[in-house]
Design a binder for this molecule. Structure first.
Ligand code: TMP
Ligand code: ASP
Length: 233
């Protein structure tokens, strides 16, 4: 079936059903707007398995997602979405760009979690934006944005607890949402060590894509470790 879209970490194929797509997870890894390129052996399988498990869990807790079923080791069947061009980032602990932008020490626990929006634009390097910018660019209506906030906070609570029980501290994560053919907002994309920061609850060790971004070593092993904690547990 025809390829509809190829991104940095996934390829989307059409299916016989116009409302559904096949999502293939790749081993390719990039960072810093694609300036750093590499491959992480086994990442595609790990991220497909981790995403499937987390989408199933969230669906069970009343969060509408695009996930339909797992088709193979690296492929998920998902609902076709028109993606809202806003990345929603939720943060529980200061790390990454938040620590850098605001001069906070990495690891500082945020008294109240923070939500941020980024404009999905490769040319502009995904800039941080606010509600006024979203209105200006007509990326989402106010009602849709309220719904994204509500879902993001609910997902943060649900995932934080689920992961904590598996020895993973949910530091921050990025979500993408889209509209299905009826205009309903569904959680899309993936939830994986590529799109979240996970720190070991006991040791604080980084168990996510920062191992690749920052050349910390044990990259492949880390994806397998997270898969086994989330999928096998
Ligand atoms: P940041 O601290 O670099 O802004 O990243 C915040 C979270 O978003 C982190 O969990 C990683 C995730 N993320 C993506 O999923 N895609 C990206 O392109 C970037 C920069 C971050
Ligand atoms: N995947 C993103 C990129 O290559 C960045 C990241 O995840 O750090 O732009």
């Amino acid at each position: 079936m025809a390829k509809l879209y190829e991104g940095k970490a996934k390829i989307i194929y059409e299916t016989d059903n116009p409302d559904e797509v096949r999502v293939l997870f790749k081993d390719d890894a990039t960072a810093f707007d694609g300036k750093k390129k590499g491959s992480i052996e086994g990442k595609g399988e790990c991220n497909a398995a981790i995403s499937a498990r987390l989408f199933e869990y969230l669906e069970g807790q009343g969060v509408p997602t695009h996930y339909v079923e797992r088709l193979s080791a690296k492929e998920l069947l998902c609902r076709q979405l028109e993606i809202i061009q806003v990345e929603v980032v939720a943060r529980n602990v200061a790390a990454g760009s938040l620590a850098k932008r605001l001069g906070l020490e990495e690891g500082l626990v945020l008294d109240r979690p923070v939500l941020e929006y980024y404009y999905k634009s490769d040319e502009l390097g995904d800039p941080l934006i606010n509600r006024y910018h979203i209105r200006l660019l007509e990326l989402a209506t106010d009602e849709q944005l309220d719904e994204l906030d509500r879902l993001a906070w609910k997902i943060n609570e649900l995932l934080y607890e689920f992961l904590d029980e598996r020895g993973l501290r949910l530091v921050d994560f990025k979500l993408e949402f889209g509209l299905d053919s009826e205009g309903t907002i569904l959680l899309g994309d993936e939830i994986s060590p590529d799109t979240c920061r996970f720190w070991d609850v006991e040791s604080g060790e980084k168990l996510d894509k920062d191992r690749f971004r920052r050349d910390l070593g044990r990259v492949e092993e880390t994806y397998q470790e997270v898969r086994s904690r989330i999928v096998d547990a």
